[in-house]
Design a protein around this ligand. Structure first.
Ligand code: NCD
Length: 351
């Protein structure tokens, strides 16, 4: 299947051959991500980036990806600075952007907005997060990271044990990732959430229908005990009603270094889409982990965002076959890797 000209709205659009192809191009682009090589496969192309919800890494990495391929980016962030405040429909906005841009990345707080964009435009639209729906490119970079970490550890994804912990109801990254992980065989998913923030049942059923075991629990500590992968997410307070917020008042759901040391297997891979809430008392992956802790893959995850989004742009705009011959040495200074695992990540990639 070719991705050329396609909208990227859901991780359910991907199968394993397509992911293998995408990650092959991502690996090819490793030296570009490291600033060792340059490419100009997208010279002259323009990306529109429309973010109506807060974002740091998603927006930066989409922008950096397009620009490192030789293209340029035009941004608009915040509803308050867009013509939405003048009553413009998303359909009109999409049509306008389609006349200016070659592709569009959209993040919107309403689940259906991404489809309104996609249905009103003739250029590829990439979902940068639609409400509590999906975040397909996050899942792409998450799976790239999982493949790389598991390879380093000599583990298989088939048959592995995955614990997803946190706000599984509103956390869209989980919704996209469980679909991609379900392409493997015989996984055991342990879905650990505070009460009221359980994973939507249709996702549980879909994973079970593919032959995976899915357990649901409110007991965080027990859920971590035999995990090969622990994927933590932030509590999405901004998506909750006042009564849901009140119901969660005072609860403790925190993944600390102490908990990981005591309960989790020594070689557990710990991931989080970020941002993690670092405020005192936050129910999240705690900041007391050393950022160089080998278990913590969160910054290799963010690094993978650049790679996988570059690969995706190449495929969606149909230039992936030009990458190889386009690579030229870069001339500017770049710092060394910050940890051994980071160095290994860039050395081997996904191959
Ligand atoms: C997440 C998001 O926006 O869905 N972050 C990200 O894009 N990496 C997670 C979150 O906001 O909790």
């Amino acid at each position: 299947m070719s991705l050329k000209g396609q909208h990227i709205l859901s991780s359910s659009q991907f199968d394993m051959p397509l992911l293998d192809e995408l990650y092959g191009y991502a690996d090819m682009l490793l030296p570009v991500a490291r600033g060792q090589m340059t490419t100009d496969v997208l010279r002259g192309a323009v990306l529109g980036s429309i973010f109506f919800e807060p974002s740091t890494r998603t927006r930066l990495s989409f922008d950096a990806a397009f620009m490192r391929l030789g293209g340029s980016v035009s941004n608009t962030t915040g509803v308050e600075f867009s013509s939405v405040v003048k009553g413009e429909s998303l359909e009109d906005m999409a049509r306008v952007a389609g006349g200016y841009m070659d592709a569009l990345v959209v993040r919107h707080f309403e689940e259906k907005a991404i489809h309104q964009f996609a249905n009103s435009i003739n250029i590829p639209v990439i979902n940068g997060g639609n409400g509590s729906g999906e975040h397909p490119t996050q899942a792409m970079l998450d799976l790239y990271t999982i493949r790389t970490e598991f390879k380093r550890l000599g583990k298989n994804i088939d048959g592995c044990r995955v614990t997803m912990a946190g706000d599984l109801r509103y956390g869209r990254t989980i919704h996209s990732l469980i679909r991609l992980l379900s392409l493997y065989k015989g996984l055991t998913f342990t879905m650990a959430s505070p009460k009221g923030l359980e994973i939507p049942q249709d996702l549980v059923e879909a994973a079970r229908a593919k032959g995976h075991t899915v357990k649901e629990t409110h007991n965080l500590e027990a859920s971590v005990a035999d995990a090969d992968l622990l994927y933590a997410t932030r509590i999405q307070k901004e998506r909750m009603s006042e009564s849901e917020k009140a119901a969660n008042e005072g609860m403790v759901f925190r993944i600390t270094k102490d908990l990981a040391d005591r309960v989790a297997p020594k070689d557990v891979v710990i991931m989080h889409p970020l941002p993690r809430d670092s405020r005192p008392g936050a129910n999240d992956l705690s900041n007391d982990f050393d950022n160089k802790d080998p278990r913590l893959a969160i910054f290799r995850q963010t690094d993978a965002g650049l790679l996988t989004r570059m690969a995706l742009f190449c495929m969606v705009l149909g230039v992936e076959k030009n990458i190889k011959d386009s690579l030229k040495p870069a001339t500017w200074w770049r710092p060394a890797y910050t940890s051994n695992n980071d160095a290994a990540f860039y050395k081997t990639g996904n191959k």
